[in-house]
Design a protein around this ligand. Structure first.
Ligand code: GDP
Length: 445
């Protein structure tokens, strides 16, 4: 689905990874080519621009490692930036369909593949997740559309709501809900009517259905072949109806793929699935990591750089442990700890793993610590100067105010952070004394 883009990019990176040393100019040239390749794939201009900028910023600040070439490092940065651009929250393709019967509202323009996708998704929910699904067509203007869904239902073995002539979409939605509750269905899917283009009447109809159905998911189906128009359509539907995700169809075609890359960045909503053909099982979860891999086609290099980075992190951690044992524990160390915690599933997860800290994990939990707080604390440390980080005792009241303000927080939060730093420092010292081969050595293993 991204053949052209992939080919272009591998050309750029083949050249880059073969070079030993890279000048800033080399990287700039390569990134200019990346930008052109993105634009040619019909990625929207602001998205392409932001993408290249993010890569450039990261590439400039990267620690260089001996075992990999700068070019390889750039590939990894581009790879990660691609994932960032594509990724939504939570697991790829995850749907909120607990508390049965969960309504899923399917919206989109006529011809986008909405009815086909409704059936594909129903089949997937039935076969993969073992859900009992009921489908209902709300397209009262086109009896053929209602019949199409009924036929697909028979084909895939999923029930459809019996067609009753003369009902309006809201009445059908209500009937679907009743039937889903009474019939013990886990999910019911509402396939709304489409139009050739967005018009007021359509939007009002979809809004009315949304208000009675209160959907857990509102999935917009858009034709991937329409490129930036697909993104525009998504923006319009999202503004008006509020969507929870996108299904991009016809990604089996020779489209340039740009819609897939711009979608999340422009609309803020993730692509959850892609349609890859007319058959009922031609629906795939949209997995940013796999897609990024497919676009770059450089999985080996990415794995290599990840390995090298792990080594650097391990070295840094070891250094920190040594310093801590000597009673030195500065804000840089704390920042590294906090970042590590974020990676390892937050404060509780991390504390639970450290010897002797089970009790503290409970306290941390009771204090309402979560990832957001970790991120805020990291932001606070980032607002400090290098000297202040090395020696937080230097911080005067006026500097504290500035730092808190710079990170968009209250001084009280900074004080809390500093207290935590002191307490951790004290604890480290104690552990160091007890340790000399005891606890600390264990923790380092
Ligand atoms: P609706 O008007 O939005 O409900 O569109 P339909 O579901 O009737 O689909 C219109 C046409 O597009 C049908 O011929 C489908 O088989 C076809 N279609 C839907 N999804 C895909 C896809 O992912 N790939 C391809 N190649 N065709 C698709």
């Amino acid at each position: 689905m991204f053949e052209n883009l992939s080919e272009r990019l591998s050309g750029v990176f083949d050249r880059l990874t073969k070079q030993g040393a890279l000048s800033e100019e080399d990287v700039k040239t390569a990134l200019r080519e990346v930008r052109v390749a993105l634009l040619e794939a019909d990625v929207s201009l602001p998205v392409a621009r932001d993408f290249v900028k993010a890569v450039q910023d990261k590439a400039t600040g990267q620690a260089v490692t001996k075992s990999i070439t700068p070019g390889q490092q750039v590939v990894k940065i581009v790879h990660d930036a691609l994932i960032d651009t594509l990724k939504g929250e939570g697991e790829p393709g995850a749907l909120k369909i607990d508390s049965p019967p969960a309504p899923i509202l399917m919206v989109g323009l006529q011809g986008s593949g909405k009815t086909t996708t409704t059936a594909k998704l129903a089949k997937r929910l039935k076969d993969r997740d073992g859900k009992r699904v009921l489908m209902a067509s709300l397209d009262v203007n086109r009896p053929a559309a209602m019949e199409q869904l009924a036929i697909l239902g028979v084909q895939i073995g999923v029930d459809t709501l019996p067609i009753v002539k003369g009902e309006n979409p809201v009445q059908i939605a209500k009937r679907a809900k009743t039937q889903a509750s009474m019939g013990g269905y886990d999910v019911y899917m509402l396939d709304t009517a489409g139009r050739l283009s967005i018009d007021e009447e359509l939007m009002r109809q979809v809004e009315a259905v949304r208000d009675v159905a209160n959907p857990r998911e509102t999935l917009l189906v858009v034709d991937g072949l329409t490129g930036q128009d697909a993104v525009q359509t998504a923006e319009n539907f999202n503004d008006r109806i509020g969507i929870s995700g996108v299904v991009l169809t016809r990604m089996d075609g020779d489209g340039r793929g740009g819609a897939a890359l711009s979608m999340r960045a422009v609309t803020g909503k993730p692509i959850k699935f892609v349609g890859l053909g007319e058959k009922m099982d031609a629906l795939e979860t949209f997995e940013p990591e796999r897609i990024a891999g497919r676009i770059l086609g450089m999985g080996d290099i990415v794995a290599l750089v990840e390995k090298a980075q792990e080594t650097i992190e391990a070295e840094q951690a070891e250094k920190m442990m040594k310093r801590m044992a000597k009673g030195q524990f500065n804000m840089n160390d704390l920042k590294m700890q906090l970042e590590q915690m974020l990676k390892m599933g937050g404060m509780q997860g991390m504390m639970g793993m450290m010897p002797g800290m089970g009790k503290m994990a409970k306290q941390v939990e009771d204090a309402g610590f979560d990832d957001k707080i970790l991120k805020r604390q990291i932001a606070l440390i980032q607002s400090m100067t290098k000297k202040e980080r090395a020696n937080p005792a230097l911080l005067q009241a006026s500097r504290k105010k500035r730092i808190a303000k710079g990170a968009g927080m209250e001084v009280s939060e900074l004080n809390k952070l500093m207290k935590m730093h002191r307490q951790m420092g004290d604890m480290m010292k104690k552990m160091g004394k007890m340790g000399k081969g005891g606890m600390l050595k264990q923790a380092m293993k």
